[in-house]
Structures are given as structure tokens and as C-alpha cells.
Design a protein around this ligand. Sequence first.
Ligand code: F6R
Length: 255
Amino acid sequence: MKVLICGGAETAAGRAADLVAARLRRAPATTLGLATGGTMEAVYAALIARHRAGDCGFAAARSFNLDEYVGLAPDHPCSYWRYMREHLFGHVDFAPDRTHLPQGDAPDPQAEADRYEAAIRAAGDIGLQLLGIGANGHIGFNEPTSSLASLTRVKTLARATRAANARFFSGSEDVPRLAITMGIATILRAEEVVLLAVGEAKAEAVARMIEGPVSAFCPASALQTHRRVTVILDDAAAGQLALRDYYEDIHPGGM
Ligand code: F6R
């Protein structure tokens, strides 16, 4: 794992956007794996700025998002479809038929999950996968004890995840109990992974992901088995790393 500690949260988000933009310049037809959530908002804002400056384009790319809530139609105000339109798709030159999310309101959610997994495989799997991390160590909506061999499927959200995401709804009770999420094995098939974590609330999960044992109890720790992972952190999220000096020695200032 390459661990880049970047100082402030904005610098860290900019660094993640730089890696995505560089990949798009090198390989414009890349398949991007995309995440949602608070952490990604700054990454997408930085990517939109780079796109407007002519630094990167999305016209030849395609994308698959990690997850979607079961029961939410694409036009639901709290759906991840809506989030992606607001924070990225509506501002860059992605062709609409090249962006993909699971259909949250599909009549048979597991059949939809199977279809989505097959579509990712048919696209040749993800080129660059962007990830956030939950305070409980989840990636996508792979909650603790998710099988490290899991594929796209329906998962029950942890109470802590529903509480953390209540800020996007009118309250915790409105957050759906189920989501369709790429599995851990789906994510591990990506050619490269860029994970961004900011803030003290993520520090413990970050330390378990990088320095703890590989365990389904911390799903993000499965990334230790991947050959090309870059973890980008701000100072606060790096706060519990035992080998912080070492990472800073190798990549001063997160460069
Ligand atoms: C979102 C996702 C989640 C988030 C994680 C962190 O598509 O899959 O794993 O990345 O819950 O969310 P924030 O950034 O809101 O703390």
C-alpha cells in the first residue's frame, strides 16, 4: 500500500482528483469505479475544476458506482443516482449511457445485483476504483464480517452506517435498511484502487485497514492483498498510524 499523508482535507481530496485526472489523460477510455458520501464531494469538485481547466475529459470513459440504496428510484432526492448527477455527471462530459449505478428500485434486488456484477465483468472490470471508508471499516457497503470473497449483492446496513448517513435523509429511520453493493472481491479485481479518508472519525478504521490483520471484521483491510492501492489521508485520519514516520519518510508531504 502506498500511504500519502497530505496535511489538510482539501489537499488530500485534490491529490485524489489528481490521480483520477492523470489516469484519464493516460487512458481516456478507463472504466472508473466511483463512490459517494461526504468525502467524495471535494474530490468531485476538484475533478470538475480540472475538467473545466482542460486537464481531463470523461467522454471516452465509463463508470460504475459502488452502491445504491434498495428501494430508491434514480430520481429520489437521496438516491446515489441523484448524488452523482449533482456532484459530477451534470458538470462533466460523461456520456449518460456510459455511467452505471445499481437500480435501487428494481423489483428483484438480488437479480439486479447479479446483473450489475455481470455488467462490470463484461466491461473488463474496473480500471481505477475510488473508495471512501466507513468509521467501522466498510468499503462500499461491505459491512464488518462481509465475506472477503463477496460479489455484488444485497447487504443489510449496520446501524452505525445508517446513523452516519442520516444527515443525507430527514433522519436515521428514513435511511433504507438494505443496499446493493459491489462485493469485496469485485473491488479487488480493479486494476488500481485510490482510497481517500479525512477527519479524526476515520483514524481508527484507517489504522486497522493499513496496519491491522486482514480480517472480515475490517473489510477495508482486504486491500492489503491488492497490488496497487494508494491511500490518501489528511493529518487527522492518519492520527492513529503506528508507522506514520515511515510513510512520511517515503512520501514527504504526500507526494
Ligand atoms: C459510498 C460508499 C461508502 C462511503 C463511506 C464513507 O458510495 O460506498 O463506503 O465511502 O461510507 O462515507 P463518507 O465519505 O460520507 O464518510
